[in-house]
Design a protein around this ligand. Structure first.
Ligand SMILES: NC(=O)c1ccc[n+]([C@@H]2O[C@H](COP(=O)([O-])OP(=O)(O)OC[C@H]3O[C@@H](n4cnc5c(N)ncnc54)[C@H](OP(=O)(O)O)[C@@H]3O)[C@@H](O)[C@H]2O)c1
Length: 379
């Protein structure tokens, strides 16, 4: 295994070496070099660290962040009853597992009860078809709205209509069911999904929650989707503007993996487009936080604090998959796979989770490399 050893001399430490010394090689081959560095640092009092050590520290701090988020959510939410639409999808399945694991009751609102029962075999879970959504939300503590036709697909006119209709009409029906509940049976909070597509696309701008909406097709879908959600007459409506979700089994990156395996790890398109990503586990934690933390109200970006240009995402993916990273993946290959839905990865936006961080949310995966390593390892 490759290992790196750093010796950092503090300016003015007396050694006269005011620079960082870096050695790269096999851990087992460091031998004398490592001993010399340790001795040198013990003389001047400066620090020696190995990359393994700092990676370990990062892993520990990631686990601590997850534990803190979970503990905060658990203490704030003793035994909730949570109604969830889109629970059978990439994000929803994980969210339902998490809710059930923490002892909450889950009400799955689905178009197809049989399919949902096959996909979600969790304890504490009840299933409701479209005709019983009113019953499903009545008496629930909170509602999470994830439903929508997938967008990382070929966009025929019919699909485009369905992408919009599925989000706006599902949210309208859900909000109508919530608002029809008598006050004493009405959920207190609605956490509803939106996407970073809200801001439109740009290679140069940086967007935070305060930025204005864009005016392309996806921005229009997101604006109307959010507008429907905000009509819920509840204590809190929280909107999560979600970035590209990193998961092995699906989403844009999950779908790109076979292409990377076939071709190479080079940039997609120009590679200069921004990719605002989030690890699926962090997204699930953020839904839990938004549900249980009353400081969350209004719109939040559900993206890791370190968005990257697509070239970097591809290079990390390529290197983790052992593919060369100099050969570009042709846009036509991605367009053939995703159709117009490829715009999600061929055009992008740099989005920062400013309000999300200000509210104290701690990301377990704030850097891309460990997030990709984790999803490729099968999480
Ligand atoms: N994955 C990402 O990278 C990403 C990025 C930004 C935003 N988002 C948004 O986050 C939400 C969850 O994402 P996801 O990746 O988990 O989505 P997903 O895997 O595509 O699942 C969405 C769920 O929505 C329901 N659904 C699908 N087509 C529908 C239709 N035509 N009408 C009504 N309901 C429909 C389905 O549930 P039932 O069959 O049980 O009804 C499905 O399981 C989605 O709204 C998505 O747009 C995702």
């Amino acid at each position: 295994m490759q290992s790196q050893v750093f010796l950092r001399h503090t300016p003015g430490c007396g050694t006269g070496v005011n620079r960082q010394v870096r050695h790269v090689g096999r851990a087992s081959a460091f031998g004398n070099t490592f001993t010399r560095l340790i001795l040198q640092s013990s003389q001047c009092g400066c620090s020696v660290s190995t990359l393994e050590a700092s990676n370990k520290a990062r892993r520990v701090s990631g686990r601590r962040a997850a534990a803190r988020n979970a503990a905060r959510a658990a203490s704030a939410s003793q035994k909730l009853t949570v109604a969830v639409t889109g629970a059978t999808g990439l994000v929803g399945t994980r969210l339902v597992q998490r809710l059930a694991r923490e002892g909450h009751n889950v009400r799955v609102l689905t178009r197809d009860v049989g399919n949902a029962k096959d996909k979600l075999r969790s304890r504490n879970t009840q299933f409701y078809g479209p005709r019983s959504w009113s019953e499903a939300v009545s008496g629930a503590s909170g509602v999470i709205n994830l439903a929508g036709e997938p967008i990382s697909t070929r966009w025929t006119n019919t699909v485009k209509r369905e992408i919009k209709r599925s989000r706006i009409e599902t949210t309208r029906a859900l909000v109508a069911a919530i608002n029809a509940c008598p006050k004493n049976r009405r959920p207190k909070v609605l956490v509803s999904t939106s996407a970073v597509g809200f801001y439109g696309t740009s290679e140069t701008q940086t967007f935070s929650e305060a930025s204005a909406a864009g005016n392309d097709y996806l921005a229009e879908v997101c604006r109307e989707w959010e507008a429907q959600a905000s009509k819920a007459d509840v204590d809190r409506v929280v909107i999560l503007r979600t970035g590209i979700v990193l998961a092995k089994e699906g989403g844009a990156v999950g779908k790109m993996l076979p292409v990377f395996k076939l071709f190479a790890g080079g940039p997609l398109g120009t590679g200069q487009q921004w990719c605002s990503w989030i690890h699926r586990d962090d997204l699930v934690s953020l839904y839990m936080e938004a549900l249980t933390n009353s400081a969350f109200r209004g719109s939040y970006n559900a993206t890791a604090p370190n968005p990257v240009r697509m070239a970097e995402l591809c290079s990390v993916l390529g290197s983790r998959l052992g593919r060369p990273s100099w050969l570009p993946v042709p846009s036509f290959a991605i367009s053939a796979l995703l159709g117009a839905g490829a715009s999600v990865v061929l055009e992008g936006q740099k989005v920062l989770p400013k309000k999300t961080l200000e509210n104290g949310f701690e990301f377990q995966y704030s850097k891309l490399d460990p997030a990709i390593s984790n999803i490729l390892a099968g999480s």
